[in-house]
Design a protein around this ligand. Structure first.
Ligand SMILES: *Cc1c(COP(=O)(O)O)cnc(C)c1O
Length: 523
């Protein structure tokens, strides 16, 4: 089989059978698909346009002389290429997606129907405000529900993802300190935090001081207190935390941080576990981002953009960035510039060119309205129940790093149970692919050795969870008895691509595509 410079087959071309034993390299309906640059030919095109009349060049000699080199395909070839690629995707719509910390949950079709309504789907960010009153009203309604669910004072809708929301919230904290003339340069971050937390603080020029977790995986108010100095601007704490545990001393942590003149940033990516159960504002939080694409459906990685609104406490509300929607008599108005803000408001500036991810706002509001407050509360309860069902069903075969205690919406295992088996967390995750599952989150949080973080979400039925559990139990049996080492070391055996040579990929990364080596050129 002909190979390109990346070592990938470019199609049939040699008498010998492909690795999978077929002439084409296809596995039945699972098609081997080359890169679009390998199948395209510059002379082919999907459109048939008449030759343009010759016109006088007005580019002052700067016009392109060579073809641009884009692949040319017919329309059916283009369709097939992308449909075949799409069939290699694993998606929440094709199977259980146990990726912890990511909240990959079902996205109701109703959301999509609403997001495609022309009045939302086709609005232009520069349309006159009088023509997009409905869209502005929707943003206002979404903001209202986010404040209701979080018990906070104000919300910035524009941040485009969780990490962007962290930046927004921390800029608000900085603005509040600046307004008081307080110069503080340290941000406290527990060592189990998501990487975006210390990255955000460092990006803003803060020194990051790490807070160790207790033996039970949570952060103690005493440890925070011990780290507090007049230089500490804020703490960034995730709750429920990345070990899947609710921080029991969160209110006390808020108190000691406030007493020391600092602010409390909460990473709200795990909000799915507590929606309708507890309001972050009641816990003393000053700023928190909400991943609309986690908590309010539309799983990220499913093709859509993210959206990370930030809710702010009364202390930080004056610094909320522009733009934001206000009610002006019977109309809605988008406040676009700092100078337009009412008295007492000191917007920290602007985070995005326009107002944020409109499509995500529509989906999130559709999710909220179709669930109702009772439905959202039940979704949180079901997410926690599902995670604990997985935990209780696997705890006799897999080990839990912080003892046998109930978890929130995700369950954390470590690799202590694989000790001396020769099987690693990575091997185990790869073997899951052969069984048709996306692996769980691996090696995160970093504080747990060989971490395996499983978040089933509320989307899965009991039958679906039972099959998942039975699969993991079967894998666990082989992993620990050494029955079938190939099931792990060779995995994935049935995926379109085998396991990457990670060392080689890191040492000799090939970051540019090069044209395939054509057989005739080699002769
Ligand atoms: C997903 C996540 C983030 C970052 O959110 P993005 O939308 O991916 O930028 C931050 N913290 C935690 C705990 C997360 O799970």
């Amino acid at each position: 089989m002909a190979m390109n410079t990346q070592g990938r087959p470019t199609g049939p071309g040699s008498a010998e059978r492909s690795e999978v034993g077929t002439f084409t390299g296809n596995r039945g309906l699972d098609h081997e698909e080359a890169l679009i640059f390998e199948i395209g030919r510059a002379e082919t095109t999907g459109v048939d346009l008449p030759q343009p009349k010759s016109v006088k060049a007005r580019l002052g000699g700067l016009q392109r002389r060579q073809p641009i080199g884009l692949p040319g395909l017919t329309e059916p070839e283009t369709m097939r290429h992308y449909v075949r690629l799409s069939r290699k995707n694993y998606a929440i719509d094709s199977g259980l997606y146990p990726l912890g910390s990511c909240t990959m949950k079902h996205n109701p079709r109703l959301n999509e129907k609403m997001a495609r309504l022309a009045g939302f789907g086709d609005v232009h960010p520069l349309a006159p405000q009088s023509t997009v009153q409905g869209a502005l009203g929707l943003m206002q309604a979404l903001a209202g529900y986010l404040l209701e669910l979080t018990g906070m004072q104000s919300v910035a809708l524009s941040p485009k993802a969780g990490a962007h929301g962290e930046l927004c919230g921390m800029l608000a904290i900085k603005a509040a300190h600046d307004a008081k003339g307080s110069k503080r340069n340290i941000v406290l971050v527990p060592d189990s935090a998501h990487g975006t937390n210390p990255a955000t603080a460092a990006f803003m020029g803060y020194h990051v001081k790490s807070i160790p977790a207790r033996a039970d995986g949570t952060v103690s108010a005493d440890a925070v207190k011990a780290a507090l100095t007049p230089e500490v601007a804020a703490i960034m704490l995730t709750n429920p935390n990345t070990c899947g545990l609710f921080e029991p001393e969160v209110a006390e942590i808020a108190r000691v941080v406030h007493d020391a003149g600092g602010y409390f940033y909460c990473d709200g990516a795990n909000f799915n576990a507590i929606v309708g159960k507890v309001r972050p504002g009641d816990l003393g939080i000053d700023a928190m981002h909400i991943n609309l694409h986690k908590t309010f459906s539309t799983p990220h990685g499913g093709g859509g953009p993210g959206s990370g609104p930030v809710v702010l406490s009364a202390a930080l509300a004056p610094y909320a960035p522009v733009p934001f929607v206000v009610r002006d008599g019977t109309a809605y108005k988008l406040i676009e510039h700092e100078a337009e803000a009412q008295d007492g408001m000191h917007p920290l500036g602007r985070l995005t060119a326009f107002h944020g991810q409109m499509g995500m706002f529509v989906r999130a509001l559709a999710y909220m309205l179709s669930h109702g407050s009772d439905g959202m509360r039940q979704a949180s309860e079901d997410a926690v129940l599902a995670a604990n069902y997985v935990r209780a069903s696997l705890r006799d075969v897999m080990s839990q790093p912080f003892g046998d205690q109930p978890c929130m919406h995700e369950v954390l295992f470590d690799d202590a149970w694989l000790k001396d088996s020769g099987v690693t967390t990575l091997d185990f995750a790869k073997a899951m692919i052969d069984e048709g599952y996306h692996p769980m989150t691996m090696y995160f949080p970093l504080v747990v050795h060989g971490a395996m973080l499983i978040e089933p979400t509320e989307s899965e039925s009991k039958q679906s969870l039972d099959l998942f559990i039975a699969t993991l139990r079967d894998l666990a049996k082989d992993a620990t008895t050494g029955n079938d080492k190939r099931r792990f070391k060779d995995a994935p055996r049935l995926a379109p691509r085998r396991r990457l040579d990670e060392t080689k990929a890191a040492r000799e990364p090939r970051l540019r595509w090069r044209p395939p080596v054509r057989p005739e050129a080699a002769e």
